[in-house]
Design a protein around this ligand. Structure first.
Ligand SMILES: Cc1cc2ncn([C@H]3O[C@H](COP(=O)(O)O)[C@@H](O)[C@H]3O)c2cc1C
Ligand SMILES: O=C(O)c1cccnc1
Length: 337
């Protein structure tokens, strides 16, 4: 039913409360159903198709030794996605979710592969410990590319994932400059740094952060410290929200992109579903700063959209609940005494 009145929220609440269950008994699934219904403007929302887009990009700051893995892993993992062997592939396959891979700006030459979507901005970002990661034009181009991809995606819910060695560093810096949360709370082990390497990463990021003002606007924070894949994810969130698609936000890196998208346009908020709390150190603080309570907490710390995929069945079930459950009156079930 398409809503014709202004009181859509009231209709949604009334519909949920009319269903054959004690009031509130489906807990947060009820809030999720209400969010989906409100986004689509109807009390019988459709939630049939989900898609995952993985954005890959490289980071100049990787040269500072801030990741446990070498930069070439970004490219190697993109080949792994294209061959179907990564965690994101097997989760997506098990759920029947189509996965596409976008080159947002990997280091090295263009990768010739029929399955790879080419939106390359440059051969990786510059080293944000010493200079801006990208130009304002590059940042705008990345946002536009993500926006267009999300608007074109044929789905009701869009999972966004990323691959980019050193992008926990970029995400920490973007989140710090946008939320004001201290870097100490945001810097974590990423791919598995030991204590010594973590202290080195913290020192590199503190040096990077000191180059600019304590807080930055979204476009400046993304250009100074972001990655092409992070900016493209932020653009995709803006595009999906405009198309009234749910965005299932993955972990820490996607969370930093969400912080940027929200700072650019707070109207994206009703489209965002936060999938899970990553084990990456900064994610809890970032979620708190965004006032976001994720659906799951599974100790994941991978990225690629894996946590978003795992939350998709909850999103689908929430929509099915408000759309398909019988009401007390239709089912002839007595209400509370
Ligand atoms: C084999 C492998 C697969 C991955 N899939 C996602 N990431 C994740 O780890 C990276 C971020 O961590 P850091 O900032 O420490 O480099 C990103 O590429 C992210 O998506 C991976 C990392 C590795 C090594
Ligand atoms: O939570 C994430 O997105 C994450 C954590 C560690 C490494 N890569 C991604």
């Amino acid at each position: 039913m398409i809503d014709q009145s202004n009181d859509l929220a009231g209709q949604i609440r009334a519909r949920i409360d009319s269903l054959t269950k004690p009031l509130g008994a489906l807990g947060r699934i009820e809030a999720l159903a209400a969010q989906i219904a409100a986004l689509q403007g109807r009390t019988d929302p459709q939630m049939a198709a989900c898609a995952l887009i993985i954005f890959a990009g490289d980071h100049g700051i990787a040269g500072e030794g801030v990741s446990a893995f070498p930069q070439e892993v970004t490219r190697q993992m993109v080949l792994n996605f294209l061959a179907g062997g990564a965690a994101a592939n097997v989760f997506a396959n098990s759920l029947g979710v189509p996965l596409s891979v976008v080159d947002a700006g990997m280091a090295g030459p263009r990768m010739e592969h029929p399955g790879l979507i080419d939106r390359r901005i440059a051969r990786g970002t510059r080293n944000s410990a010493v200079e801006a990661a990208m130009t304002a034009e590059q940042c705008a181009a990345a946002l536009r590319a993500g926006h267009a991809l999300a608007q074109e995606a044929a789905c009701d819910a869009l999972c966004l994932g990323e691959m980019g060695i050193a992008n926990t560093s970029a995400a920490s810096l973007v989140a710090h400059k946008l939320t004001g949360v201290s870097l100490d709370l945001l810097v974590g082990r990423g791919t598995g740094l030991d204590d010594g390497a973590l202290a080195h990463k913290a020192a590199v990021l503190a040096r990077a952060a000191a180059r600019t003002a304590p807080q930055l606007d979204a476009l400046t924070a993304l250009a100074e410290y972001g990655g092409f894949e992070i900016a493209m994810m932020a653009g995709a969130m803006l595009g999906a929200a405009q198309a009234r698609r749910i965005v299932i936000v993955d972990g820490f890196i996607a969370g930093a992109a969400a912080a940027a998208a929200l700072a650019i346009d707070p109207a994206v908020r009703p489209a965002l579903v936060f999938a899970h709390r990553s084990a990456e150190r900064g994610h809890a603080a970032l979620l708190e700063a965004l006032d976001a309570e994720p659906l799951l907490d599974l100790g994941l710390r991978l990225g690629e959209g894996t946590g978003a995929l795992l939350a998709w069945p909850l999103v689908r079930a929430a929509a099915a609940m408000i759309r398909d459950m019988a009401s007390f009156s239709a089912a002839g079930v007595s209400g509370p005494q």
